[in-house]
Design a binder for this molecule. Structure first.
Ligand code: ADP
Ligand code: MG
Length: 450
C-alpha cells in the first residue's frame, strides 16, 4: 500500500465515510515533484471545495505518511468516469411516473391558491406574468423547450414572485405530470445542502437534482454571502443550464444589485430574461381586491374596496390581510361592512401605512434626496428638475399623511387641489413605467416610515 492510500485511510477514519466518499474518493495523485504533491479532482467545484475545506488536513495526512511532501496543490483534471460524483447526469430519458413522487423529498409544498388563474395582471406585473406563462407552457409542452434560461423574477416584498413560481409549477404538474419540478426557497436549498454535508453524503443532495426538468429557487438573495452554498448553487445551476433544463430564480433585487453575490454568479443570473415586478398601482390593487373579494364569496361594497386600494399601498400581502379581516367581519355579523366599520376594523393597519409623517418632513427628505433646495418645494418654478421632486413630495404627502388635497396644496406654496391630484396621478403612472423613479419613491416612502 503506498503512502497516499494510507493517507486517505487516515482521512477516512478521521472524517467519516460520507465525507470521504463525497470529497476524497475522486482525488488522483498527479505527481510528487520536489516536495510538492500535486493532486487533481475532476471538477472545479470539487477542487475549490477541497482546497478551502480540507487542504490542511490532506497535507497533514500525506506528510504523516511521507516526509518528502512539503507542499500541496490541487488542480482540475476532468477524466472520464473518474468520479462517481463528477457532474450531474447527462440529459435523462423522459422520467417515469414514479419519479414524479421524488419531488416531495425536496420540493417545498405548493400553495393551491397560487395559480395563474388567480393572478391579477396589470401594468406593473405584465412582463413577469407573460414570461412565467411562457416558461410554464414551454416546460409542459411535449417537445420540452427552454425559452430563456434562467428566468429571473425580481421585485419588492409581496408583489407576487412566489405566486408566479407556484403558478408555473402547478401548470406543469397539471399539464405534464411526469416532468420533474423542484420548487425551493434559497434558504431551504442552503439548509438541505448543509444538512447533506453533515449527515449524509452530498451525493444524495446532487442526486435530487439529477433528473429535474424545472428548478425554481425563490429568494436567492438569502444565498448571498454564504460562500459554500453559493458555490454549490453555482455548480448545480451551471450543470442544469448546460443540460438545457429550465431554471427560474427570484430575488428582491436585480442580478446586478445582489450584494454579497460573486460577480460571475451575478452575471450568470442575468443571462436569460430578467423580469421585474413593479410596485402596484391603484388600478392593480383594486383589481386584486375585486378578484379576491369575489373568490371569498363575501359581498364587500365597492366603496370599501376603493378605500383599501387607496390606503394600503405597501404590498399585496397587506392588502389581502386587510380584505380578509373585512370578509371575516362581514360573514360574522351577516351584513355588509360599511366604510366606517372598515376604518375601525383596520385602524392599526391604516396607521402603520401612515405613521404620523408630516408634510414638512416629506418636503425636507424629498428635497434632500433630489438635491434641490427646500424653498423649491413652495416656489413657482416649473423646470422639471424641481417640478418632478415637488410632485413626488405631493404624492407622498397624499399617501403618508391624512391631509386632504387642498391642505396639501396650501403647504406647497398655495397650489390648487387639482394640481396635487394631477401630481399624484402622474407619479403613480411614472413610477410604474420608470423604474428609477419608482425605486426613488419607494425608498423615500420607506425612509419616511421608518
Ligand atoms: P413575494 O413572493 O413577491 O414576496 P407573494 O407571491 O408571496 O409575494 O405574494 C404575496 C401575496 O399577494 C400572495 O398571497 C399572493 O397571492 C398575492 N398577490 C401578489 N400579487 C398578486 C396578483 N397580481 N394577483 C393576485 N394575488 C397577488
Ligand atoms: Mg416570496
Amino acid at each position: 500500500m503506498d503512502c497516499w492510500t494510507r493517507a486517505l485511510g487516515r482521512l477516512r477514519e478521521e472524517l467519516g465515510e460520507h465525507t470521504y466518499r463525497s470529497w476524497f474518493q475522486a482525488i488522483h495523485v498527479e505527481r510528487l515533484d520536489k516536495g510538492e504533491g500535486v493532486l487533481s479532482l475532476p471538477t472545479r467545484f470539487l477542487r475549490n471545495w477541497v482546497v478551502t475545506h480540507y487542504a490542511d488536513r490532506l497535507l497533514a495526512a500525506w506528510q504523516a505518511e511521507n516526509r518528502e511532501v512539503r507542499r500541496l496543490s490541487i488542480v482540475v483534471e476532468p477524466r472520464a468516469a473518474a468520479s462517481p460524483i463528477a457532474q450531474l447526469a447527462p440529459a435523462a430519458p423522459p422520467a417515469p411516473i414514479e419519479l414524479a413522487d421524488d419531488r416531495s423529498q425536496i420540493s417545498a409544498p405548493l400553495d393551491p391558491r397560487f395559480t395563474f388563474a388567480n393572478f391579477v395582471v396589470g401594468k406593473p406585473n405584465e412582463l413577469a406574468n407573460a414570461a412565467a406563462r411562457r416558461v410554464a407552457e414551454a416546460c409542459a409542452a411535449p417537445a420540452h423547450s427552454v425559452p430563456f434560461n434562467p428566468l429571473f423574477l425580481y421585485g419588492g416584498v409581496g408583489l407576487g414572485k412566489t405566486h408566479l413560481m407556484h403558478a408555473i409549477a402547478w401548470h406543469v404538474r397539471t399539464h405534464a405530470p411526469t416532468r420533474k419540478v423542484i420548487y425551493l426557497s434559497a434558504e431551504k436549498f442552503m439548509f438541505q445542502f448543509i444538512r447533506a454535508l453533515r449527515f449524509r453524503s452530498t451525493m444524495d443532495f446532487k442526486e435530487q437534482f439529477r433528473s429535474v426538468d424545472l428548478l425554481m429557487i425563490d429568494d436567492v438573495q438569502f444565498i448571498s454571502g454564504k460562500d459554500s452554498t453559493q458555490e454549490e448553487f453555482f455548480h448545480t445551476f451551471n450543470a442544469l443550464v448546460d443540460q438545457n433544463r429550465q431554471i427560474v430564480i427570484s430575488a428582491d433585487k436585480s442580478p446586478s444589485d445582489l450584494e454579497g453575490m460573486e460577480e460571475r454568479m451575478r452575471s450568470r443570473l442575468g443571462w436569460g430574461l430578467v423580469a421585474d415586478l413593479h410596485p402596484t398601482t391603484y388600478e392593480l390593487r383594486l383589481g386584486i381586491l375585486h378578484a379576491k373579494a369575489e373568490a371569498s364569496g363575501a359581498r364587500v361594497p365597492d366603496k370599501v374596496l376603493e378605500f383599501l386600494a387607496h390606503k394600503i399601498t405597501s404590498n399585496v400581502r397587506e392588502l389581502e390581510g386587510a380584505l380578509n379581516r373585512i370578509t371575516a367581519h362581514t360573514q360574522l355579523i351577516g351584513r355588509e361592512t360599511t366604510l366606517e366599520s372598515a376604518q375601525e376594523l383596520l385602524h392599526d393597519l391604516l396607521r402603520a401605512n401612515e405613521r404620523h409623517v408630516t408634510i414638512d418632513e416629506i418636503q425636507k427628505k424629498v428635497a434632500e434626496h433630489f438635491n434641490i433646495k427646500m424653498a423649491e418645494m413652495i416656489s413657482a418654478r416649473r423646470a422639471r428638475v424641481v417640478a418632478r421632486p415637488r410632485q413626488v413630495a405631493m404624492y407622498l404627502a397624499k399617501q403618508l399623511t391624512p391631509r386632504s388635497l387642498p391642505e396639501i396644496g396650501r403647504k406647497f406654496g398655495g397650489r390648487d387641489h387639482t394640481t396635487v391630484m394631477h401630481a399624484c396621478r402622474r407619479i403613480e403612472e411614472l413610477s410604474a413605467q420608470d423604474r428609477a423613479l419608482g425605486e426613488d419613491v419607494e425608498l423615500l416612502r420607506r425612509m419616511l416610515l421608518s
